[in-house]
Design a protein around this ligand. Structure first.
Ligand code: BGC
Length: 948
């Protein structure tokens, strides 16, 4: 099409402006959530927060907003009418908020079930239909509601057995603890038979344990959760789970059964690796204990409780001979008593349990989505290696192997798990350190189905030994396990290797979500390292709905705050948080950075309120120790910009040149936390604090400049990371930014346009390159296949993100086995850049929770098309763009009750066709002045742009 014909078309097309109201019947309310969860059971938040999204049926409906809502809450679904709602009728409430709506009805009581529905009115005062019904139930709100006792086997058995094992072990000879095997005593089996009358209306089971539990009811596993209860600082609180078991009960005899394992409570856990108190098992306590309470309500209103107490039976000769998170587990299938979980089993020879009156725990309802098996993977290859077999599942994952097998009674099978193979095709396990992750099975002679109970592994490959013939195995598959919020992000583009990178990032996130955000899932760490988590936080939120997960984890952070005010480096923190692993810059700062992300992405002011004093105390401690504004004291382990160029073995990489000086790094993070805190104070309306901490930020900034920045704007150390940090945290006077950026480019050139930043500042550098007009270099780094680079690992077959750029180098082999995980998400934080720059999806901190957001795709590198989406808390955002010749097309979806600034790559309004028509000037955002771009302000709807 030539210019003249385009002009003619533009002139005859009527200019459109998207403002006309649309039929409200096209709107509907969906995705009802309570405290971020879908139909949660057992909440202990007394005034839960509600949220929903509004969907639109027709493509052609635009600019829809919520002007008011009405929530009904009732004790039964059929009471959800205005006349009958017996718990809460909010009435028609003028508000555009569709999340963080605080329940305002009658005060709620333990075990109460609440059904709810909502409708909204749009800007034209037309109402939607009532939404589908959702519900929540309350947990046990008072300690006195727990009538159950903590039960288990006799005290101290676990420690005795462990000490006996240690007595045979010479730590001097093997400092790495490499040869520790899982030790017992075995997992006890517990059971309780009880009777139920006819006409059960509802039965709710509340359960928790010190250690892991697995609960059964009449032979069926209760729920689909694994590794319960999850990891918290058990000295502060233990989460319990709530299950609706109404359908599993039957009139007459019933049986509750349970297995108990060590879990994080007793297992070896990362923090104990450096624990001063030997031995390293039983950090939180020594005895596995169960607490359970089954509340039955009959149709006639009468109630009955079945609780853990002295009447439960126990068999301490368990078939789970030993189990440990790091070490693996051993099962002797010959010892599984037939039908022990069923009604009619004779437990006459079992003992009575020990009821432990010494346990006093703060029981709290689980706040986050449980750990579930979310995917099964079949073997890609099974290859013999000597008398063993190597199985490749084609994907590095966290979970375990499930095996259906029939062999001779007493045959022993061993499965070892690893992430990589050695060059000779054998399993590489050197990087696991003490976490040997081996499972052993002794066959019963019948059909056996093996699956670990109380352990998990990080692996792609397994080695099976002891197998007489492959024919013995009926099925083998890997079960992928993680905390299980919804996946909310999507990404694909014309560069297949970037698609693999995106997939690797998501897998690495999944693999590191076993109730806390861990650094890695395989070696003997698996801890909630806070530096890694803050770097990856926004990426994690683009990938999955992390609101509930972080709500729980931020409390774990608070639990580990010391009296002095330090935040930990790892949460939960099993050592003494005031002594070790606390207050390392960029690690402890996660305690400020992640709450701010919760506000930006989910609008969570309540969390800011709850966490406010803790953050203030954290900052005040640093201020007290460092009255001179430079963060030099109380810096804990001062990891600095971890795994920077000095640790990379590559041509042109020296051992000293790449690292930003630690004092520069620390002070930059101090400034950033203070500034974020001041912004949070402002959000909460605390103007006095806001002003005070803004002033403190200015003082730190001033000192940062006078101490570390010279007259030619060179920052001490002159490293890529120093400039990335200073620019990203806005620590330099505006007029000096351009020079600093030039220095950063020089530092990139020095490394031949490769990365010398550590994992803390890599993403910052990518962002600054894009922001300051050198997107070409950002794309060059992203698409580079030369080590160190993201795609280098992809070319080596990586299916997850490696801890080190050079974790494995062809011809050279593996990096230092002492620290070489192939499943660390930190360097995967570049996924955030992929969402923000390739797709162009950006939250707007001034109107959080995607009430307003920015769509700004910035094509570059080899990429000719990209598409993706993000299911935000406010609804689905979609982007799909393509470059063909000189034509750029873009489809954008903006959810109802949101608006967006869409930034297009032309400064010619006339060159833009929107939905086949020209664009009215009243949609222009005149504040956007970037060269070569046009910004439009748009309401909800689906838009097609063509730019020639
Ligand atoms: C972990 C890291 C962590 C670091 C602290 C490592 O061992 O795996 O990811 O942040 O220690 O520097």
């Amino acid at each position: 099409m030539n210019f003249r014909s385009l002009l003619v078309i533009l002139l005859i097309l009527p200019l459109i402006s998207i403002a006309n109201p649309n039929p409200p019947a096209q709107l509907k309310v969906t995705n009802l959530k309570t405290e971020y969860l879908v139909n949660p059971l057992g909440l202990d938040v007394r005034t839960p927060r509600l949220g929903w999204i509004i969907e639109v049926a027709a493509k052609s409906v635009y600019a829809q907003k919520q002007a008011a809502y009405q929530v009904l809450v009732a004790s039964a679904p059929d009471k959800l009418t205005e006349a009958k709602a017996d718990i809460w009728n909010s009435g028609k409430t003028s508000s555009n908020a569709n999340a963080q709506i605080v329940y305002g009805g009658k005060s709620l009581t333990s075990g109460q079930k609440c059904f709810w529905t909502v409708r909204v009115w749009n800007q034209d005062d037309a109402a939607t239909p009532w939404s589908p019904v959702a519900f929540w139930s309350m947990g046990l709100l008072e300690a006195k509601d727990w009538k159950a006792k903590w039960i288990g086997d006799q005290p101290d058995l676990v420690q005795k057995e462990y000490q006996a094992m240690l007595a045979t072990y010479d730590p001097e000879k093997n400092k790495s603890f490499k040869n520790i095997k899982p030790v017992g005593p075995s997992s006890p089996m517990l059971r309780k038979a009880f009777n139920v009358r006819n006409n059960v209306k509802e039965a709710v089971l509340y359960v928790s344990a010190l250690g892991y539990y697995e609960m059964g009811l009449n032979g069926q596993k209760v729920g689909n959760q694994w590794l319960t209860p999850e990891w918290t600082d058990y000295n502060q609180r233990v989460q319990y789970q709530t299950y609706d078991v109404t359908k599993s009960l039957k009139p007459g005899s019933n049986v509750l059964s349970s297995l108990l394992g060590d879990g994080w409570y007793l297992s070896m856990i990362g923090p104990t690796k450096w624990h001063e108190d030997y031995p390293r098992r039983g950090v939180y306590g020594n005895d596995r204990r169960l607490i359970a309470q089954l509340a039955i309500t009959y149709a006639d209103g009468s109630k009955e409780l079945v609780v853990t107490d002295e009447s439960w039976k126990i068999n301490t000769k368990g078939f789970i001979v030993a189990a440990d998170n790091f070490l693996g587990q051993k099962i002797d299938a010959r010892n599984i008593p037939a039908h022990w979980q069923q009604v009619g089993f004779n437990d006459g020879s079992w003992s009575n349990v020990y009821a432990d009156a010494t346990v006093h725990k703060n029981l709290e309802a689980q706040k986050n989505e449980p750990i579930r098996i979310y995917k099964y993977l079949n073997p890609q290859t099974v290859k013999p290696l000597g008398d063993k077999y190597i199985v490749d599942f084609g994907q590095n994952l966290t979970g375990w192997t499930q095996l259906k097998i029939k062999g001779q009674k007493g045959d022993q099978i061993k499965i070892r798990h690893g992430e990589m193979l050695d060059d000779d095709g054998s399993l590489y396990t050197a990087n696991l350190a003490a976490a040997i992750q081996e499972d052993e099975y002794i066959l019963s002679g019948n059909d056996d189905v093996f699956e670990p109970y109380f352990t998990y592994h990080g692996f792609r490959y397994i080695e099976i030994s002891g197998l007489k013939s492959l024919k013995n195995i009926e099925t083998i598959r890997a079960c992928a396990l993680s905390s299980d919020p919804d996946e909310v992000g999507g990404f694909s583009c014309s560069n297949e290797k970037l698609n693999q990178l995106w997939s690797n990032i998501l897998w690495t996130q999944r693999n590191n979500m076993t109730s806390v955000p861990t650094d890695c899932p395989q070696r003997d760490e698996r801890m909630g390292w806070m530096g890694d988590a803050q770097v990856f936080c926004q990426n994690s939120m683009f990938n999955m709905d992390m609101a509930a997960f972080y709500t729980k984890w931020i409390k774990d952070i608070r639990d580990a705050q010391s009296e002095r005010g330090t935040f930990p480096d790892i949460a939960p923190h099993a050592n003494k948080p005031d002594i070790r692993f606390s207050n390392a810059p960029a690690w402890s700062d996660a305690g400020v950075i992640i709450p701010w992300r919760m506000y930006e992405n989910y609008g969570d002011k309540e969390l800011l309120r709850q966490h406010y004093d803790a953050m203030k105390k954290y900052i005040e401690n640093i201020r007290r120790q460092n009255p001179d504004f430079l963060w030099l004291k109380d810096v804990g382990n001062q990891y600095g910009d971890w795994l920077n160029a000095n640790t990379v073995i590559a041509e042109g990489y020296s051992k000293t040149r790449g690292e930003v000086p630690k004092e520069v790094f620390a002070t930059a993070f101090y400034a950033n936390s203070v500034r974020l805190f001041s912004k949070m104070a402002r959000v909460l309306g605390n103007e006095k604090d806001a002003a005070e901490y803004e002033a403190l930020f200015e003082s730190i900034k001033k000192r940062f400049n006078s101490e570390y920045v010279n007259d030619s704007v060179k920052i001490k150390g002159h490293t890529q990371s120093a400039y990335a940090l200073a620019l990203n945290f806005e620590l330099l006077p505006r007029e000096k930014e351009a020079s600093a950026f030039d220095h950063m480019l020089d530092c990139l050139k020095e490394y031949d346009y490769r990365i010398s930043t550590g994992f803390v500042t890599t993403l910052m550098m990518m962002k600054e390159l894009t922001k300051r007009g050198r997107n070409d270099i950002a794309y060059r780094l992203l698409e580079s296949e030369r080590m160190p680079s993201w795609l280098y690992s992809i070319n080596q077959g990586a299916t997850t993100i490696w801890e080190r750029w050079d974790g494995y180098v062809k011809g050279r082999g593996f990096q230092d086995a002492g620290m070489n995980s192939f499943c660390h998400y930190s360097l995967g934080s570049v996924g955030e850049w992929m969402y923000r720059v390739i797709l162009g999806i950006n939250p707007d901190i001034n109107d959080p929770a995607y009430k307003h957001f920015i769509i700004h795709p910035q094509p570059g590198g080899s990429i000719t098309w990209a598409k993706g989406s993000y299911a935000s808390i406010n609804g689905l955002i979609g982007v799909d763009w393509k470059k063909e010749g000189s034509t750029f097309t873009l489809q954008v979806e903006i959810p109802v009750n949101s608006s967006a600034t869409v930034i297009l790559p032309t400064n010619q309004l006339g060159a833009i066709r929107m939905n086949g028509k020209g664009v009215s000037g009243d949609l222009l955002n005149l504040n956007h002045k970037a060269a070569g771009e046009t910004a439009l302000e748009l309401g909800s709807g689906r838009y097609d742009f063509v730019i020639d």
